[in-house]
Structure formats: structure tokens, C-alpha cells
Design a protein around this ligand. Structure first.
Ligand code: SF4
Length: 631
């Protein structure tokens, strides 16, 4: 068994009620390593082309890496992959917290889940053993309550629970997987997939820590991180959380406001992480063994929206989607919406952005109170926003339509509602604007699982971190954030490989990365060497990222999703109003041109944007080329 692994993959067939343990060869781990790439291996093999994402044929994989649970910051991450019910394309989402490390200590490198149980179950994994337990009594209950009941049933207060809330049970298309009642595999609807399988939770506990190749070298690196954290660019993240960037985003004209009509919001200061620290912050929280402690715990004792600290606190994306996207400057209301999403198990980005889109439709007269169950769904109305979160989670009235996501809902409504959707491949955009960070115009369009802000490095890092950029081979003169030329396409693709690698070795992108992060890519290679004993350099990490990106792209190609789906929403072609980004917009011509460069640089077929046989073979993925029927 290779260092850093258990050498065991747990396979769960819910239809048959069977559990099986696979013990792959070291060569398998070397090629797929962990996280997303390892998950995609099982997804591509286990899910037939054209499968219903909410049917028993869809394969849900929960995957760790050799780093998970090791004594260094930023390693407690888990990737969930499956076919996405939101996009119909590949689904891929990461979480942090204590669940990933505990799953590792429970004795497995990944869990592969197929089929559908006849009645609700939960999976209890402990000390290298696994069993399915009845969960009918937990169905319909919110996450905080379920966590308490399960811990007392398994007799261990330290058991970690990954679960679907009522939204996942009701197949809300952007339902999340929730652990600790406040950490999420938020994006691409992985909660709906688990809910469709009648699997309420995966519960883990154990003490089995894999042997590391060079423990002393890893401890030395961890010590370096602890000593240098205060002088690093992630120190503010620890103090004020991810919402510390609200004000700077606003000043740059990059804070999406009123469904992306503007990049500046007059209420930005009220939503900023420093305001949160002064007002509702109870304490900082962390993921297993992480020194950064960027997670927020907020508390609101009185008023119409009490917030229970067990449900954590809002991230930047959540503050933006329920705040500026909806024109709302009430931080307590935003924190309450965050709590509802964690209780019911929903992605805060898609939920908030879908409500903002509906508000835009209401303001434009496309929707009226007759459509919205009598709710005056206008920008700035916090009560209306909260009412919609409740309705979506319960699929009640108008919420049943919003639970389909903005793209599907718009298609059903018609009357110009599609022109206001801000989504790619059906997934709502996160809160970073391509109008001021032009590389994201390309990455949002081309990313296989829909628009994502953590799939590449944003534009300004090129200028500010030249040494770290050189480490991944970017040595050209930096290009302005407002330009999308061939050099920018190369920057986008190269940094996408780096981020893709981080989702494969499954590390936190606030701790490791190619720019402002605590640890550089070179130090990530050191960590992988210390844990596995493999002679890994930065170029090997980039190749891992490239392999994973090709697997993602291959899944979509098999589904018939290709270049045509790599487009930005119309709304981004309209000029923004106000602030520093006043008048800025993205054109479809510049995106199409950038796609030509990007596909060519990636070694894909430029006409279709799909991987070629020669590229897949170069990445030791000839079985994928065979599966795609490539000549
Ligand atoms: S930086 Fe924040 S999200 Fe990342 S591992 Fe540390 S505490 Fe968790």
C-alpha cells in the first residue's frame, strides 16, 4: 500500500444493499491520486452516457487524497462528483471541515455510491468497517437536528456527519451536501443526487492514520506555515473571513449587484467582513488542523432573524448572492439566509442568485405577485428574499419553480426571462465579475461544470506574484485585467491546471496555490513528496491537473456537451451601470476568439472543444478515448 493511503475504496450498492471493498494497485493511485480525478475515474466507468442524474444509474463518488488528515494546514478536503442534476454535465464540488479527515481516519480513500435504496438509509463507516442503517426517522429533519440524533445513535459525539437536508430529499437541483451543519459541497447539486438515492447521511469515525513517507519533512513544512502565516497574504482571511473582500470588490467595480446590472453596491460596507467582525461574529472556526481559521461563526440572539451559531456564518459568495445580487444591505438577514441554506442543505450561490434573477424579472414586469404567491419580490426586500429561500427548500408554490434553478425556471416562464439569467451550463455565476477580470470570461464559459471562481487564478495575481507565476511557467509580461488576448488565454489555462491539481490532491485553495496563498506550488510538491515518497515536482502537479481537466471535459463530450455550451449569458453583454466598471461588458466575439486559443493550447479539437485521442493517450487515458469512440 502506498504511503498516505489506506489502499481501500468502499463501494456501496444501495439497490442491492451491498458493500464491497476494492484494494487498487499503487499504479492506480499514482495516476489518479485522489479527489476529483479519482472520483471521475469511477464516474466515467460507473455512469452510462445519458443517465438520469437523479436516477439510480448515476454514480456519486466521495474522494479524499493522500494529504487528507495529514498534520498540515489546508488538507481536510473532500470532493464529490456525479452527473449534475443542475447542469446535466459533470458535477464536481469540494468541502472542508472535519468530515474529510475523519473519513480518512475511518479507513477509506474514497466511497463510491450507486443505486437507490427502497427506503431512507444512512451509511456508518468506522474503524475500517461499514454498515447501512435505517434512516426513515431522520427524513424531513434539518441538518442540526439530524447530526445530534445520529451521534447519539452511534454513541460517539465526535462522529462526523455528511448529510442531505430537506432540500436534497426534495431534489432541489442545487441542493448541497452539508457536514458539521455548516460546511458544504455546495455546487452542482450533489445533495440532490444523494437525496435521490434515499441516502440521508454518511457518518464517519476512526483512528487509523496512514503511514507517511517522511513525517519529519511534513512537520517542518507545517512549522514553516505556522511561522509565516502572520506575514502572508492570507492573514486577513483568517481575521475577517472571505467576506473581507466585499469592499475591495466594490471599489474595483467587481461586486455583482442587482442581478449583475452593476458592479458597485451602495450597501457594500454593511456587508463587509470587518462589519461582520464588529457586529455579529461570535468566533472564528477552522477545518481539521488548519492554522488559517477563516471560517465564521455568527450569532444573532434577538429580532426577526435569530441565527444559531451551530450553522456557522456567511462566506463572501453568500454575502454577495443574498446581499448585493439582491440589493440587500442587511447583514443579519443575509446571515439568516445562510443559516436556512445550511439547515435545509442548499448551495448559497445558486439559491441567492436564482432569487436575484427572479427579483430582476419582477422589477421588469416579467413576473407579478400572481406568479410569486403574493410576494412583492423586489430588489432590496430582505423579507421577500428570506420567504423565497423557505419556499425553495420546501418546493412550495413559486419556490417549486425556483428549485429548478434560474435557467430551467426562465425557460418555463419565457417572456424574456431567459435574457436575465446569469448562468453558464445552467449553473449560476459566483460573485467575481469577468467584466473586470477578463480571464474569467473564458474560464466561466469553458469550465466543464459551469462557471466557477476557484478553477483558475484571477487576473491581477499575474502582476503581483511574478515569482510564484514563474514557478508554474508563466514568465510573460502581465496583461491588463480588462484584456482577453492569447497570452491571457495561456495564463487562464496554465493556472487552471494548477487549480485542477489542487482539487485532485484535494487541498484548500486558500492555503496552497500559485499566487497569494500561504504555500506555493513548489511547497505543495514538497508536501506530496513527504507524504507519498513519490518524486513529484511542480510540472508533475500541473500534469495531474491537466489529466483531471481532460477527464471532466471527456465526461461532457460523452454527454454531447461541447463548444456550443461554452458560452456566457447575454446579461454580461450589457454595459454595467455605475462605479469603476461603468460601461464595461463582455462580447461574445472576444469569448469565441479566446476559446479558439484555449482549445488549441489544451490540445483539443478546436471546432468541438473536446479532447483528442492523442491528448488523452499522452495523459495515459487511452481507455477514455476508447469510451468516447475517438479515432
Ligand atoms: S483556510 Fe479556511 S477553508 Fe481552508 S482549510 Fe483553513 S479554515 Fe478551512
Amino acid at each position: 500500500m502506498p504511503y498516505g493511503y489506506h489502499g481501500k475504496i468502499l463501494h456501496v450498492d444501495l439497490s442491492a444493499g451491498e458493500l464491497r471493498v476494492e484494494e487498487p494497485e499503487e499504479a492506480f493511485y499514482r495516476r489518479y491520486v485522489g479527489g476529483s480525478a479519482l472520483g471521475l475515474y469511477y464516474l466515467l466507468r460507473g455512469t452510462p452516457a445519458g443517465a438520469d442524474p437523479l436516477g439510480p444509474e448515476n454514480t456519486l463518488v466521495l474522494a479524499l487524497s493522500p494529504l487528507t488528515g495529514a498534520p498540515i494546514s489546508g488538507q481536510s478536503r473532500m470532493t464529490a462528483v456525479a452527473k449534475s442534476p443542475l447542469t446535466g454535465a459533470v458535477g464536481d464540488s469540494q468541502c472542508g471541515g472535519f468530515f474529510p479527515a475523519e473519513l480518512k481516519f475511518a479507513g477509506f480513500d474514497a466511497v463510491v455510491i450507486r443505486g437507490r435504496a427502497d427506503a431512507p438509509l444512512y451509511l456508518w463507516i468506522h474503524d475500517g468497517r461499514a454498515e447501512l442503517r435505517q434512516a426513515q426517522h431522520l427524513w424531513g429533519k434539518v441538518t442540526g437536528e439530524v447530526e445530534g440524533v445520529i451521534r447519539s445513535e452511534v454513541g460517539d459525539e465526535k462522529a462526523q456527519v455528511l448529510q442531505v437536508g430537506p432540500a436534497g430529499e426534495r431534489l432541489v437541483r442545487f441542493a448541497a451536501l452539508i457536514n458539521m451543519s455548516n460546511r458544504a459541497n455546495g455546487r452542482t447539486g450533489m445533495g440532490a443526487v444523494m437525496g435521490s438515492k434515499n441516502l440521508k447521511a454518511v457518518v464517519v469515525r476512526g483512528k487509523d492514520r496512514p503511514v507517511l513517507a517522511d513525517r519529519r519533512a511534513l512537520i517542518e513544512l507545517a512549522r514553516w506555515g505556522a511561522e509565516n502565516f502572520k506575514d502572508s497574504d492570507v492573514y486577513g482571511l483568517g481575521l475577517y473571513g472571505t467576506a473581507e473582500i466585499v469592499t475591495s470588490q466594490d471599489k474595483a467595480g467587481g461586486l455583482p449587484t442587482r442581478n449583475w446590472s452593476s458592479g458597485t453596491f451602495e450597501g457594500a460596507a454593511a456587508l463587509d467582513g470587518t462589519t461582520m467582525a464588529r457586529t455579529i461574529l461570535k468566533e472564528r472556526d477552522t477545518c481539521y488542523a488548519c492554522t488559517v481559521r477563516c471560517k465564521r461563526v455568527v450569532q444573532v440572539a434577538d429580532g426577526p432573524h435569530p441565527v444559531d451559531p451551530r450553522y456557522g456564518g456567511p462566506e463572501y459568495e453568500t454575502v454577495a448572492t443574498f446581499g448585493s445580487y439582491c440589493g440587500i444591505d442587511d447583514l443579519q438577514a443575509v446571515a439568516y439566509a445562510n443559516q436556512l441554506c445550511n439547515m435545509y442543505g442548499m448551495d448559497t450561490i445558486s439559491c441567492g442568485a436564482t432569487i436575484a434573477w427572479a427579483m430582476d424579472c419582477f422589477e421588469q414586469g416579467i413576473l407579478t405577485r400572481q406568479d410569486t404567491d403574493g410576494v412583492e419580490l423586489r430588489f432590496g426586500q430582505a423579507e421577500a428574499m428570506i420567504a423565497m429561500v423557505e419556499k425553495i427548500a420546501h418546493r412550495e408554490g413559486f419556490g417549486d419553480l425556483l428549485a429548478e434553478g434560474s435557467a430551467r425556471a426562465a425557460e418555463r416562464i419565457g417572456r424574456g426571462a431567459q435574457d436575465l439569467v446569469v448562468a453558464v451550463k445552467g449553473q449560476e455565476l459566483p460573485a467575481h465579475m469577468p467584466q473586470v477580470k477578463r480571464s474569467l470570461a473564458l474560464i466561466y464559459a469553458a469550465n466543464p461544470f459551469g462557471a466557477d471562481h476557484q478553477s483558475s487564478e484571477h487576473d491581477s495575481s499575474w502582476r503581483y506574484y511574478p515569482e510564484r507565476m514563474a514557478e508554474i511557467g508563466i514568465r510573460d509580461e502581465p496583461v491588463s485585467g480588462k484584456v482577453l488576448n492569447e497570452a491571457k488565454a495561456r495564463y487562464a489555462l496554465t493556472t487552471q491546471y494548477a487549480y485542477s491539481c489542487m482539487d485532485t490532491v484535494n487541498v484548500c485553495q486558500f492555503v496552497f496555490g500559485p499566487a497569494w496563498h500561504l504555500y506555493s506550488m513548489g511547497q505543495l510538491a514538497q508536501a506530496v513528496r513527504a507524504i507519498t515518497g513519490w518524486q513529484v515536482e511542480v510540472e508533475d502537479l500541473l500534469r495531474l491537473g491537466e489529466r483531471r481537466l481532460n477527464l471532466l471535459r471527456a465526461f461532457n463530450a460523452r454527454e454531447g456537451i461541447d463548444r456550443e455550451a461554452d458560452t456566457l449569458p447575454k446579461k454580461l453583454q450589457q454595459a454595467l451601470v455605475g462605479g469603476k466598471s461603468d460601461g464595461l461588458y463582455v462580447t461574445s466575439e472576444e469569448v469565441e476568439r479566446a476559446k479558439d486559443w484555449y482549445y488549441a493550447l489544451a490540445g483539443w479539437d478546436v471546432a468541438s472543444g473536446t479532447p483528442t485521442r492523442s491528448k488523452l493517450e499522452a495523459l495515459e487515458l487511452s481507455w477514455v478515448a476508447d469510451a468516447l469512440g475517438l479515432a
